[in-house]
Design a protein around this ligand. Sequence first.
Ligand SMILES: NC(=O)c1ccc[n+]([C@@H]2O[C@H](COP(=O)([O-])OP(=O)(O)OC[C@H]3O[C@@H](n4cnc5c(N)ncnc54)[C@H](OP(=O)(O)O)[C@@H]3O)[C@@H](O)[C@H]2O)c1
Length: 165
Amino acid sequence: MIDAMIPLMKRSAYGARIVNVSSRLGRVNGRRNRIGDVSLRDRLLKDDCLSEQLIDEMITKFLEQAKQGTWSLNEWPQMYTDYSISKLAVNAYTRLMARRLSDRPEGQKIYINCFCPGWVKTAMTGWEGNVSAEEGADTGIWLALLPQETDTNGKFFAERCEISF
Ligand SMILES: NC(=O)c1ccc[n+]([C@@H]2O[C@H](COP(=O)([O-])OP(=O)(O)OC[C@H]3O[C@@H](n4cnc5c(N)ncnc54)[C@H](OP(=O)(O)O)[C@@H]3O)[C@@H](O)[C@H]2O)c1
């Protein structure tokens, strides 16, 4: 979808902004939820190693293991494993795209960031959670409407503060 949208965004006179909705569960190195495979963790965190191929390989490997019933918590995130891996991919792709988009000329700038809305009362959580949909949307709207001169790019946010990938 991002690839399809970028040609339309070129026409923006201001820095156009992409905001990906992610989750803290998708952190590579979270305190309570992290990828067990140390080599994959390192490669995902190194800008030089990060590529679409690496992201695809990670997803394909997990899907294959899930199909065969061979996946293990030692290798993958421990909490909500499938969901966490999908958000890991969103986060990694955000960083990758930020790099790719960073050399666009004035007038064609596009900034891309991602954020975690917190634990939000929506259908997805069965209306549990500790913040409303409006509160959960706050950081995303803030990122979309950052002042024109702000060049924040390729970062991860929660409650309007930058957090680590
Ligand atoms: N809720 C949380 O605590 C929480 C925390 C972290 C991140 N997030 C993220 O926030 C985002 C929104 O989640 P939510 O909590 O608002 O969940 P939600 O209430 O379940 O809403 C999900 C929305 O996505 C739409 N959708 C699902 N599959 C789709 C598809 N294949 N094509 C097009 N639209 C599709 C649904 O449309 P229909 O209504 O038509 O089915 C619905 O409007 C998600 O990316 C989620 O991972 C949520």
